[in-house]
Structure formats: C-alpha cells, structure tokens
Design a binder for this molecule. Structure first.
Ligand SMILES: N[C@@H](CCC(=O)N[C@@H](CS)C(=O)NCC(=O)O)C(=O)O
Length: 240
C-alpha cells in the first residue's frame, strides 16, 4: 500500500490522478499546510523541502519514500509500467514535457495563484509582479497550444506529463485566462477533465480546499513568511 501525504492542491492532484489512473491502492495522510504540518520533524524526514506531495511505498520489504511530484510520477510510472511512453523516443518526449511542467508551468502558475489569491492580503502595489507572472503563464499556454496542434497529448499518448500539467490549467478562470483563445489546450483540457480517474483524483480531500477562501493571519504567516530559519526551528525542536 502507498501512503500519500497530501493536501488538495494542483501538486497534490498530480499524484491522486496517477494513482487513480493506475488503480493503485493508497492511503491519504492529510497535510494541513495552513497549520504547519509541513514543518513537523517526522514529515521533514521524508520531505526535506517542507512541501507535499510525498509518498511512502510500503509494499517493499524496505519501504521507500519519494518527495517532489515529478519524481513521484516517474516512480509510479516505472512501478506500474504505464503512462511513460511506449518506446525510447516517446519516453524522451514524456521527460521533456514533465520537466517543462516542473520547471516552468507549475512554478509560474503557482506565482500567478499567489498574486491572485494571496498577495491582496499584504500591503503594497503588486501589479508589476502579477503582470510578470501572468504574462509568463500566458506564454507557456501558448507553447502548449503549439505542441498540441500536432499531438493529441503533450508527448503523443496520454502520459504523466499530461497528469502533471493538467492541474495547473484548472484554475484558468481565476487567473483571468480565456482558454478558448488556446483552442488546442481547450480540447486537451476538456478531454482530460472528462476522464473518470481524473475526476476522482481531483475530488480527493476536496472539503479541505482553501483557495479563494479567507485566510487567517496565522496561516498566511505559515505559508508566506518562510525562510531558512523556519526549517532550522523545526530541526531544533526535534533535538529537544
Ligand atoms: N516542486 C514541488 C512543489 C510542491 C509544492 O509547492 N507544494 C505546496 C503545495 S502546492 C506545499 O507543500 N506548500 C507548503 C508550504 O508552502 O509551506 C513538487 O512539485 O512537489
């Protein structure tokens, strides 16, 4: 059985979608990010970057933990033998688009989300930063639209690259993006949205979703005032 340390956010959904697509049994262990579960010493042992998702594969005689959503997707794709390309050439395409998501679409969309959903809680003029990230998100959707002109999915067949990218397109309305102006992305998005496993994956833990909801001062501090001392503090508590 796989333990999944999880909160219902786009990075978490990547993994619930993959587990559902592969029909792999898993147990969800909720990580309450607004309350600081990501700094608990036991969590940091398996996730030194104080982020979820993380999995622990207990089906092995010596259980293994994996953090970083891209690494988890690759681990699960290798374990299941699915969604990782059908030959060497397609596998390279899967890697290209998976890393494109991990290094580009995810972080940029994450920043758009920050400026749309959370920055208004902080004083100051955020318009330059918001525009900078919205433009970059727009550029990346354009890149995706181009590749999807000649391919049904990012790497050819449906793969972990699509499962990684889809969650970061779901919030397009809140990010004030007209998805219809990216017609290939719109077709791809609607197709993936209608997959039963994707719907099940996105529904996992939905009652704990917090985007767009009013944040407490405590949860804003927990999420957006992190420095190296946040982890040091946790390491010190562990020693006590
Ligand atoms: N690069 C990481 C990013 C994971 C990430 O940013 N997770 C967020 C939620 S979407 C998190 O755990 N945030 C906790 C925090 O900010 O303290 C991955 O792909 O797994």
């Amino acid at each position: 059985m796989i333990d999944l340390y999880y909160a219902p956010t786009p990075n978490g959904w990547k993994i619930t979608i993959m587990l559902e697509e592969c029909s792999m049994p898993y147990k969800v262990i909720p990580v309450n990010l607004g309350k600081g579960d990501q700094f608990k010493p036991d969590f940091l042992k398996i996730s030194p970057n104080n982020r979820m998702p993380v999995i622990v594969d207990n089906s092995l005689s010596d259980p293994i933990s994996v953090f970083e959503s891209g690494a988890i997707l690759m681990y699960l794709a290798e374990k299941s033998g699915r969604f990782f390309g059908e030959d060497e050439r397609e596998r390279v395409r899967v890697l290209e688009w998976l890393f494109w998501q991990i290094g580009g679409l995810g972080p940029m969309a994450g920043q758009v989300s920050h400026f749309v959903n959370y920055a208004p809680n902080f004083p100051g003029d955020h318009s330059y930063s918001e525009k900078r990230y919205k433009n970059e998100y727009d550029r990346l959707l354009g890149v995706m639209n181009n590749v999807l002109e000649s391919r049904e999915y990012l790497a050819g067949n449906y793969s972990i690259a699509d499962m990684a990218s889809f969650p970061w397109v779901t919030a397009y309305k809140r990010y004030e993006v007209d998805l219809d102006s990216f017609s290939n992305v719109r077709r791809w998005f609607d197709d993936i949205k209608n997959r039963p496993a994707v719907r099940r994956g996105i529904d996992v833990g939905k009652e704990a979703r917090s985007f767009g909801k009013k944040q407490t001062k405590e949860s804003l501090d927990m999420m957006f005032n992190q420095t190296s001392s946040s982890i040091k503090k946790s390491a010190e508590e562990q020693k006590e």
